[in-house]
Ligand binder design. Structure first.
Ligand code: ATP
Ligand code: MG
Length: 584
């Protein structure tokens, strides 16, 4: 039966959860920091914690990365091997004259070299910026220039197709290392063979003495609401990666963990590279793109125990039908989490039906560097809620008063802007080249997230919408998430994206764009049925007035529905920055 709460009991937990009442009560950031090793002379470095701690200890021969190539061939890399390779890359950077703080960009599919280069660059004190390999030349050029790239790691084919033509436009880019990605591929002139360079380098390296305030990562936001912003992160963020890996993802030493995100999106770095290594677990890296059968096979055959994915992937699995899931077995799977977009209650329940476990939503942003709010294994789930703040995180619902002061709203179930009290270690330290914009994200002690939310009396947070997406219709404030979730409950609907369409009478009217599940056809009758379904669920004031069918909705490369694009197209306005549009 579908209840408004999924209660957990001891029987739902295969392992004692890392986050219990005692852990929550005793948590401090400084105690989390004390569990990390730190560098010999003081200081802290993400890659040292991720690699050296294990390579010089009991985890040396444990598999760190299990890479699956497109044909499904496996390659296991142990902690000791990964550390030696990262050291070789760090020495290569040194030999090229790369200094602390200089930027190393990565433009590769999810191949082992991407992980080696990211970790080696961090050890060398360089700043890592991973890009989606599907980017075209223009967004690559913009980001390389904005980020002052000194080094680029890519593959021969990506170089030829996307970088060669723009290289002259990025004069600061001194060194390009290429991984040959076809047996006959020759290394283009003006580039260095990645493998050959590493073969000549020593496999020991004294990690650069970075401090917690030294810049480590540069991540571009998803571009859901506009031009992507370059968020600056520091080595001290590793404390958040560590604590959230433990408490939000519940990593235990023998876990087989799979984060499906690409490192071009912050999730694929914080939780696809760093957090699992900090916990010494084995991480699955799948080079191929989404394919429902392939994903079920990986979950089953690799005996994945903790799985971190995104609503877009879950919606695609739902679209493929629950029967497909039932053809596989997942006896090892014990925890599933999701991030990136609101997770519709339907999707939480689908997890239970198809995979035997509910999906645990969590919330964070490129700017926060790590998970801030989440549903953890021992918590009861209220489907549709993003959960509660993690230990060490203080979240509030705020609004500006008429005289411009920031007020924290204490009354439960009241909408306002989601804010976080400053002080968590992975908070971003700037938007590259946009100091003023960075400053406007803060008010006193609070970081303002730009998302609207509510908190209920039990301390659970409910996502309402991004402030730019909220619809104002005839005096009502309507969050698109609520409308989309209601539409998703209908068996015909695979995905829904909702916008406000300007209207002379009501200010805005709600318009929904819908893509259908396999076996359903768009028709006027179905449109009427969906309008009726929504009206029954939401009431006439909130339900969409118009519904349009689309084969699929426009999405960012990290899988988020781009409502701003639906709106621009609807109104015949310029589409704005589409560098992050999937398939562009
Ligand atoms: P941009 O800032 O360039 O418009 P973006 O905000 O989508 O892009 P990210 O940093 O990848 O870039 O995404 C963070 C945002 O994603 C959050 O501010 C929120 O709007 C949304 N989000 C993330 N997780 C959740 C969640 N669990 N529920 C609802 N929304 C979420
Ligand atoms: Mg954002």
């Amino acid at each position: 039966m579908r209840t408004s709460i999924i209660r957990k009991s001891a029987g739902d937990l295969r392992l004692p959860p890392n986050l219990d009442a005692a852990a929550a009560a005793n948590f401090t950031w400084s105690q989390a920091r004390a569990e990390l090793q730190g560098l010999p002379g003081g200081g802290i470095n993400i890659a040292h914690e991720a690699l050296d701690r294990h390579a010089n200890g009991l985890r040396a021969t444990h598999v760190a990365l299990r890479h699956l190539d497109r044909r499904g061939h496996r390659r296991d890399i142990t902690y000791a091997e990964l550390t030696r390779s990262a050291n070789k890359f760090a020495n290569t950077l040194r030999a090229l004259g790369v200094r602390k703080g200089e930027r190393v960009f990565l433009l590769c599919a999810r191949i082992p070299e991407l992980y080696i280069a990211a970790l080696g660059a961090l050890k060398a004190g360089a700043v890592v910026s991973p890009l989606f390999s599907a980017f075209g030349p223009e967004p690559i050029k913009t980001r390389l220039a904005l980020g002052d790239a000194r080094v680029l790691v890519t593959t021969t084919s990506l170089y030829q197709r996307k970088v060669a033509a723009i290289r002259d436009a990025v004069p600061a880019l001194r060194h390009v290392l290429v991984v040959p990605d076809a047996p006959t591929a020759t290394v283009p002139s003006g580039t260095v063979d990645f493998g050959e360079a590493l073969a000549c380098a020593a496999d020991v390296f004294a990690t650069e003495p970075t401090t917690e305030d030294d810049m480590a990562l540069l991540h571009f936001t998803s571009g859901t609401t506009g031009t992507p912003k370059g968020a600056v992160h520091v080595h001290g963020a590793v404390v958040t990666h560590f604590a959230t890996g433990r408490y939000a993802l519940d990593l235990h030493p023998e876990d087989i963990y799979w984060c499906t995100a690409d490192p071009g999106w912050v999730t694929g770095t914080s939780y696809g590279i760093i957090a699992p290594l900090l916990h010494g677990v084995t991480s699955i890296i799948d080079e191929a793109d989404f394919d429902a059968e392939r994903w079920y096979r990986i979950l089953q055959d690799e005996a994945v125990s903790v799985w971190y994915t995104a609503p877009t992937a879950i919606r695609m699995l739902m679209k493929a039908g629950v029967e497909m899931a039932r053809g596989y077995r997942f006896p090892q799977l014990r925890f599933i989490a999701s991030v990136g977009e609101p997770l519709n209650p339907e999707a939480v329940w689908w997890g239970k039906d198809a995979l035997g476990l509910p999906i645990h939503d969590n919330w964070w942003q490129t700017e926060t560097g790590g998970i801030m709010i989440g549903n953890t294994p021992a918590m009861d789930i209220k489907p549709g809620s993003m959960g509660r703040p993690l230990p060490g995180v203080e979240a509030g619902i705020v609004r500006k008063t008429a005289d411009g002061r920031l007020e924290v709203i204490e009354t439960p179930d009241t909408e306002g802007e989601l804010a976080l009290r400053k002080g968590w270690p992975s908070m971003f330290r700037g938007y590259l080249g946009q100091d003023e914009r960075y400053r406007t994200c803060f008010d006193g002690d609070w970081y303002l997230t730009g998302d609207l939310a509510k908190r209920d009396a039990d301390g659970y947070f409910w996502f309402v919408g991004r402030s730019d997406d909220v619809i104002k219709s005839a005096g009502h404030l309507i969050g698109p998430f609520e409308v989309e979730s209601a539409l998703m409950e209908h068996p015909a609907v695979a995905e829904a994206g909702v916008i406000g369409k300007p209207d002379p009478m009501s200010g805005e009217v709600v318009k929904a764009f819908v893509s259908l599940r396999a076996g359903f056809e768009a028709s006027d009758a179905l449109r009427l049925e969906l309008l009726g379904h929504a009206r029954k669920r939401l009431g006439a004031a909130v339900a969409p007035k118009e519904i349009a069918f689309l084969p699929s909705l426009p999405r960012t490369r990290s899988g988020k529905i781009m409502r701003r694009l639906l709106k621009a197209r609807e109104l015949g306005l310029p589409e704005g920055d589409t560098s992050m549009l999937e398939g562009s």
